[in-house]
Ligand binder design. Structure first.
Ligand SMILES: C[S@@+](CC[C@H](N)C(=O)[O-])C[C@H]1O[C@@H](n2cnc3c(N)ncnc32)[C@H](O)[C@@H]1O
Length: 240
């Protein structure tokens, strides 16, 4: 997943302009690739907090600059008005209480600081690529939504940001195109296999899913992946 999404996240962070000395929060940090990149930007006078439900993949990340904190975004408090940048990537879509968590993340941003969310939206999955791939993407989206994942949440964020009074809103959309046989396609294959063994499997004939898995592992086709909507904006001073 980091191979698919890090370049896009980093180019968005470069547009925000992360500065030395900033204090940053990466919530739901996963394997920690973005927290690590942020720590290099903020330098020794800055600080990065990486929170996760499951911190097992972050064991080696802690340093003078990075604090790793085990935390559940639904239940645990965050410091208020504390960070120059609060970032999450592909986290809120998994959390049913996502609008409450959004409010908590906004409250954690210091006046003038940035809230930067990257969330999935599968709007482009029907647009390009072999028909078999489009059918599997559509079935996977339905399965993911039945399992509680918000696959159309990214598109709601601009309105939600506005409703919370955030200013200088910038929205960016990126949809990866994976060549079959690539690591990005392998990540989709593993994710869809997991969905297919969930309580809400893919509504597609087993032989077509097997055919898609073979196609996914064989170079030669270009297939649409899961797009992300990246949205950043500032918390105004007047809000406090
Ligand atoms: C798809 S992964 C994304 C990981 C990372 N943000 C990235 O993009 O590389 C979703 C992450 O959200 C975390 N997560 C899910 N629910 C959470 C919660 N309630 N509190 C904190 N983290 C949560 C999961 O543990 C998982 O690491």
């Amino acid at each position: 997943m980091e191979l698919t999404y890090d370049d896009t996240s980093i180019s968005r962070l470069n547009r925000i302009g992360v500065r030395t000395g900033w204090s940053c929060l990466d919530a739901g940090a996963g394997g920690g690739s973005i927290a690590r990149w942020l720590s290099e930007q903020v330098g020794p006078n800055g600080h990065v907090t990486a929170t996760e439900l499951d911190v097992s993949e972050l064991a080696d990340l802690g340093s003078d600059v990075i604090d790793v904190v085990q935390s559940d975004l639904r239940a645990d408090p965050l410091p208020r008005a504390a960070f120059d940048l609060v970032h999450t990537r592909l986290v809120l879509g998994h959390i049913r209480e996502r609008e409450d968590v959004l409010k908590k993340l906004i409250d954690a941003v210091a006046p003038g600081g940035y809230l930067f969310l990257e969330e999935a939206d599968w709007f482009a999955s029907a647009g390009l690529g072999p028909q078999l791939h489009r059918d599997v993407m559509a079935a996977a989206m339905t399965s993911a939504e039945s399992n509680g994942f918000a696959a159309r949440w990214g598109r709601q964020l601009p309105e939600l940001y506005r409703a919370h009074g955030l200013t200088n809103i910038v929205v960016d959309c990126n949809v990866p195109l994976h060549e079959s046989g690539s690591p990005g396609m392998e990540w989709l294959r593993i994710t869809f296999q997991l969905l297919n063994s969930s309580a809400n499997p893919l509504a597609i004939a087993a032989h077509r899913f097997e055919e898609w898995q073979r196609m996914a592992g064989r170079p030669g086709e270009w297939c649409v992946g899961m797009g992300t909507i990246g949205i950043w904006a500032q918390v105004p001073d007047a809000r406090r």
